[in-house]
Design a protein around this ligand. Structure first.
Ligand code: URA
Length: 234
């Protein structure tokens, strides 16, 4: 890693907002290689230096992996000059430069979204051959029937391609759960449309073995544990 401002390093590691970490630095709570550094703008190599906060060593994480419960009405993008994005919703303690959503949900789709600055992980997650199942719950205008279940299992033909086989499970009322391996544009909505049904609301509940944390309110995010990260690929 290159040299970076001390306050930026600490904020990127979840120690606090830029203002909070600046206060810690001014109070002499932060040492670099055993010396208290009192200027927040001081540049440090986070990989080479031993940074301690309140005497406790900081193990600098190269990448950040977040789970968000995406709310409706925000774009799955890093930044947009006109619209609010999922990255705009991150609290300062989870924000760092370079974060982007690994995979997109439509503006009106809610639920599990991974946000990271690790391009390689995003690539592995999204590569068609990684075949990660995504579980969605759809609220429909009409209930699904056994013919729909069969059609999804065979692979729904769309105008431009035939979908890979998908698992469709009817639930109470006009709700259904569907597991798909692909992530083409509006795919789930288009699959239901091909069966004459309109998706009124769509939520992603799971990616691979990783489930949306039910304690996260819409718009909230938290860091993933290493075990949770591995679950995506299980
Ligand atoms: N399929 C869709 O149609 N929309 C999404 O947001 C995700 C999957």
């Amino acid at each position: 890693m290159a040299l970076e401002r001390l306050d930026k390093i600490l904020a990127s590691q979840g120690i606090g907002s830029r203002r909070e970490v600046a206060a810690l630095i001014r109070r002499g709570k932060v040492t670099v290689d055993g010396q208290a550094l009192l200027r927040q703008e001081q540049k440090v190599d986070p990989e080479a230096a031993e940074i301690c906060v309140d005497g406790k060593p900081l193990f600098v994480k190269k990448y950040l992996y977040l789970m968000m419960n995406k709310p409706s009405g925000v774009l799955s993008a890093a930044r947009d000059s006109r619209a609010r994005t999922v990255v705009d919703l991150l609290p300062p303690e989870l924000f760092r430069k370079g974060l982007f959503p690994a995979g997109r949900l439509d503006k009106d789709t809610t639920g599990l979204l991974i946000i990271t600055d690790d391009g390689e992980l995003a690539h592995r997650m999204l590569a068609p051959k990684s075949h990660i199942y995504k579980l969605y719950e759809a609220q429909l205008d009409n209930p699904v029937d056994e013919d729909d279940v069969e059609a999804f299992a065979k692979g729904v033909p769309l105008k431009d391609f035939v979908c890979l086989p998908a698992r469709l499970e009817p639930c109470a009322g006009n709700t259904a759960r569907v597991q798909v391996r692909e992530g083409k544009f509006h795919q789930v909505k288009r699959m239901f449309a091909a069966r004459g049904k309109t998706v009124l609301a769509l939520t992603r509940l799971q990616m691979g073995g990783l489930k949306l944390d039910p304690t996260l309110k819409p718009g909230e995010s938290r860091e993933l544990t290493e075990e949770e990260l591995a679950l995506i690929f299980s």
